[in-house]
Design a protein around this ligand. Structure first.
Ligand code: AMP
Ligand code: MG
Length: 316
């Protein structure tokens, strides 16, 4: 806990949503479950509210935020939404896909949301609590993950309270997140190409099935366009060793499939289950007695690419 007082915590029912929307309208911060991880939401049109997100997380100001909207019409008020964006929205929204698109000059967004970039990252989430909050607040909501910058992302309300404490005004508790890993970020280039800036639940192959193959690399390598794709991120505060079939005596071992470990991402080697459990396992490993963490090999197929992306950053 970082503050003297505790944030209000409400179940994500109608009364909780109404209280949270009131907090948002007056410029406060609300932690809210999404299908990926818990988000730290603020109204995206308010300079002060957006500044409060960066302050609460200790987030560097060059790392722009994702704006959450209820539908395509709301997205088209913020960005130039072309035919490709529409096809992706029809296929994957509401859901865990964020699109980086040219920002409209008249978009009602605080400048800090996009960290000065000419583009804006937009997502239409599927989780009923986040959808109800967007509807009730009637505003686009900027929402990064609800954790201190650089730390392990939260997949339940207790993770949020432990990481942000009194830096958040209200926490909506909607249980554990289903996908458990952050949204896929795809940049649609003005020339017609596209590129995955952050792997996630929707794979590059899923996107290629809608848009056709990307010209050049479908998945960006390095931090050219997504300033937030820092090499070190999701850090549990201890050394992390990857591809470990067996653990040393001083390691907490996160298993997968045939590698049992101290806890397992998925004993049955189910990739979706492994993604959903990843951050809870890293939180448990961070809290364990062992001073180091070892992680079993995870296949790089499907959402495994996103799991390995997060693990490499946790280990960096
Ligand atoms: P988080 O909110 O913690 O899930 O992180 C949001 C991610 O979206 C970060 O990696 C940002 O760098 C990325 N992002 C947000 N806006 C843009 C943008 N306009 N262009 C590229 N990446 C972006
Ligand atoms: Mg984050």
């Amino acid at each position: 806990m970082s503050g003297n007082s505790h944030p209000d915590q409400h179940p994500a029912d109608a009364a909780g949503i109404a209280a949270a929307a009131a907090v948002l309208r007056r410029g406060g911060l609300v932690a809210v479950p999404t299908e990926t991880v818990y988000g730290l939401a603020a109204r995206a049109d308010s300079v002060a509210a957006v500044a409060a997100i960066y302050r609460a997380k200790g987030r560097p100001d060059f790392n722009p935020l994702i704006v959450h909207v209820p539908d395509v019409a709301a997205a088209a008020r913020l960005a130039r939404f072309d035919a490709r964006a529409l096809r992706l929205a029809q296929a994957f929204w509401p859901g865990p896909l964020t699109m980086v698109l040219p920002r409209r000059a008249d978009a009602p967004l605080a400048a800090a949301v996009t960290a000065g970039l000419p583009t804006v990252a937009i997502r239409c989430p599927a989780h009923p609590a986040m959808r109800a909050l967007l509807a009730e607040a009637g505003l686009p909501l900027a929402a990064p993950s609800a954790n201190c910058s650089g730390g392990v992302s939260p997949t339940c309300a207790a993770h949020v309270a432990a990481s942000l404490g009194a830096n958040v005004d209200l926490i909506l508790d909607g249980g554990a997140c289903a996908a458990g890993i952050e949204s896929t970020i795809v940049a649609l280039r003005e020339g017609g190409g596209w590129q995955v800036l952050r792997p996630g639940p929707i794979t590059a192959a899923d996107i290629a099935a809608i848009l056709g193959e990307a010209e050049g690399a479908a998945v960006a390598d390095g931090a050219i366009e997504a300033p937030g794709q820092l090499a070190s991120h999701y850090a549990p505060g201890k050394p992390v060793r990857l591809n470990a079939i067996a653990a040393e005596a001083d390691e907490f071992h996160i298993g997968f499939g045939a590698v049992a470990g101290d806890c397992s991402l998925s004993a049955g080697a189910d990739m979706a289950e492994a993604a959903a459990r990843l951050y809870a396992a890293l939180h448990d490993a961070a809290a364990a007695a062992q001073p180091r963490i070892a992680v079993a090999p995870i296949p790089d197929e499907g959402i495994g690419a996103a799991i390995n992306d997060r693990l490499r950053r946790a280990a960096a």
